[in-house]
Design a protein. Sequence first.
Length: 269
Amino acid sequence: MPDLAGKVVVVTGGGGVLCGAMSVALAQHGAAVAVLDLSAEAAQRVADRIRADGGRAIAVSGSVLSRESLVEAARQIHAELGPVDILINGAGGNKPDATASADQSFFDIPAEAIEWVFNLNCLGTILPCQVFVPDMVARQQGVVINMASMAGIRPLTRVVAYAAAKAAIANFTQWLAVHLAQQYSPHIRVNAIAPGFFLTAQNEFLLVDRNTRQPTARGQTILTHTPANRYGTPDDLLGTLLWLVSDAAAFVSGAIIPVDGGFSAFSGV
Ligand SMILES: NC(=O)c1ccc[n+]([C@@H]2O[C@H](COP(=O)([O-])OP(=O)(O)OC[C@H]3O[C@@H](n4cnc5c(N)ncnc54)[C@H](O)[C@@H]3O)[C@@H](O)[C@H]2O)c1
């Protein structure tokens, strides 16, 4: 397990379910964590939890969709914690409007909904890299971790915009890994984690029946196609996260690591 003492980490979407758990784990391993989230309260909750456990964290309210907001966040992070060593691009998600369903065919999905999902996942990963990676370039080392998805490896039904946007994240992860190594330093590594299915606010409407609280047909299909036969819990991501930010992964860059209970390996037969 890595010793992250002296490292400054920015976690976008750090107020959320998966990246909140990541923020806590990084702090437990000694990092100073900037929990950056659109929701100031969510960021504060996670930062408070880290501080209550004796760790070092600040809450930063900002949007990954605004370069101005990120530059302001960087100013605050530099002043309070110092230059950034590790960036976790966690902000992302989907929403019902951008999903094909019984109520809305693919042909009727509004352009704005597709744009919302593309922007949050793609632009919202690229802009933080533009703002925070220069700290790594200045020191010739650093780590970026993006959040891809099973949906970006082979598209999942219904979530058309999300699947395309996450495929773009996997592609951008490889692009940035090569670009930074060739142009700036081979000691700046860029990888992605591709989580399988974790029951969270962004997908609950697809996986759990609102009235009966039983798995939907889609939820049941996921479980039968996940050899581990369960949804992931946020803690399931932490071993991979801690490995990727550590020197044990010094020769790992441009990789998209599935953490999916075997979902991507299973043909269904
Ligand atoms: N839950 C899953 O099963 C699953 C599976 C694969 C990938 N992922 C990905 O993992 C990441 C985290 O997912 P989660 O389930 O923890 O989501 P979540 O909704 O719990 O957390 C996302 C956080 O991002 C914040 N956010 C939204 N817009 C923002 C913006 N413009 N600027 C800054 N912050 C913003 C939200 O306030 C929220 O706190 C996402 O990229 C998601 O797509 C999730």
